[in-house]
Structures are given as structure tokens and as C-alpha cells.
Design a protein around this ligand. Structure first.
Ligand SMILES: N[C@@H](CCC(=O)N[C@@H](CS)C(=O)NCC(=O)O)C(=O)O
Length: 207
């Protein structure tokens, strides 16, 4: 049985949702955040870096949410539902996957790291980077007019992108008084989906 190491309010929502979408049986090793939202010292995660998420599948241990979600698809998504076989669609999905960590989360983490000490000018720049990311996503969704990021069914693009968008809106990183209607509609589509709802019920995920 596959084990998912799941820290509350973390990127672990990504593999959890993928496992639920594919109806893969898994054990959930749950860790809560401390009362102030910080992460407990030892998450009990068996990777060297010890971050959430991680999985153990037999003897195989893997970290990094992008690598984990791809592994789950390679092993369990025989119909290529979430990671399409067609090279163009697959590349499109992976474009969002890479953007989710390498662009969106990068800017969010930089903002969180700097917000208590940086100058107002530096903070404005960091907030501007996230707003620019939202503009890009709004533009992508306007061009495609699909329910999800790549087509009208959930893919790994949605599973990876959901977390940075939830964090951005929950923490109001440059969002106050502004709107990105396509992005906000996409978030609604995701959060009302049956597989996503099942994931929240099983994990208690909240942002
Ligand atoms: N790039 C990694 C980032 C993992 C990461 O930073 N996870 C956070 C939670 S979202 C964590 O475990 N933080 C605890 C720590 O840094 O000790 C991924 O996508 O899995």
C-alpha cells in the first residue's frame, strides 16, 4: 500500500487529490501545523530533506510534489487521464506543473520570507511578481476558455496549480481590490469538483 506523508495546509494536497482522482488506495500519515501555523520540527517524513509531501510505495521513497504526482500517474493512470500521452497536451500540462513551483510558489515563498523585514519598495516588487503571475494565468484561461487548465477534465496542471492559487488568495498577496475573473472561476470549478471534495473530506485540507 502506498503511504502519503501529509502536512496540513501544504503542497500535499497535490498528490492526495491525484490519488483520489485515480481511486488509488493509500495510507495517510498526517501531521498538523502548530497553533501559530509553523511546521513542527520533525515531520517524520522519510526523505533526506524531510519536507511535505513525500510518499512511500513499497521500498520506494520519493519527495517533491511534481515528481510524486508524475510517478503516481506513470504507475496508476493507465488511461493517461491526468498526464496526457499526446506530446503537445503533455507539454502543456507540464508547463503549468513547472510554473506552479518554479514561478508561482517561488514568488509566494519570496514574499513570505521578506514580508516582515523588507522595505516597502521591495515588497511592492514581490507582490507585483505574483500579480504578474495571475495576469499570465488569466490570459491563458481567456485564450483556452476551458473548464480546467488543459481541457475540460482535470489534469496534473490543475493538481499542481491549485495550491499556489489558494495560498495567494487566502493570504491576499496583491489581490485586494483586484480581480482575475477567469482564475477565480477556475478555482471554483476545481474546488466544487467531486474528486477534489473527496480529497478535502479525507485529508481535512485547508489553506
Ligand atoms: N518543492 C517542494 C517543496 C516542499 C515544501 O517546501 N514543503 C513545505 C510544506 S508546503 C514543508 O514541508 N515545509 C516544512 C519545512 O520546510 O520544514 C515540493 O514541491 O514538494
Amino acid at each position: 500500500m502506498l503511504t502519503l506523508y501529509f502536512l496540513q495546509s501544504s503542497r500535499a494536497i497535490r498528490p492526495a487529490w491525484v490519488l483520489e482522482e485515480l481511486n488509488v488506495q493509500y495510507d495517510l500519515k498526517f501531521a498538523n501545523r502548530q497553533a501559530d501555523g509553523s511546521v513542527p520540527k520533525d515531520l517524520g517524513v522519510p526523505t533526506a530533506v524531510g519536507k511535505s509531501p513525500a510518499i512511500q510505495d513499497g521500498d520506494f521513497i520519493l519527495g517533491e510534489s511534481g515528481a510524486i504526482t508524475e510517478y503516481i500517474c506513470d504507475k496508476y493512470d493507465t488511461q493517461h487521464r491526468l498526464l496526457p500521452a499526446d506530446p503537445v497536451k503533455r507539454a502543456r500540462v507540464r508547463e503549468f506543473m513547472w510554473a506552479s513551483e518554479g514561478t508561482f510558489m517561488l514568488h509566494i515563498e519570496a514574499y513570505f520570507g521578506a514580508r516582515s523585514s523588507a522595505s516597502p519598495e521591495a515588497l511592492t516588487k514581490l507582490v507585483g511578481a505574483t500579480q504578474h503571475d495571475l495576469d499570465w494565468l488569466e490570459n491563458e484561461l481567456s485564450r483556452s476558455s476551458t473548464k480546467y487548465l488543459v481541457g475540460d477534465e482535470v489534469t496534473l496542471a490543475d493538481a499542481m496549480m491549485i495550491f499556489p492559487l489558494q495560498v495567494t488568495f487566502a493570504n491576499k498577496i496583491g489581490t485586494e481590490g483586484k480581480s482575475w475573473p477567469k482564475v477565480q472561476q477556475w478555482l471554483k470549478n476545481v474546488e466544487s469538483g467531486e474528486g477534489y471534495q473527496r480529497t478535502v473530506k479525507r485529508t481535512g485540507h485547508r489553506v
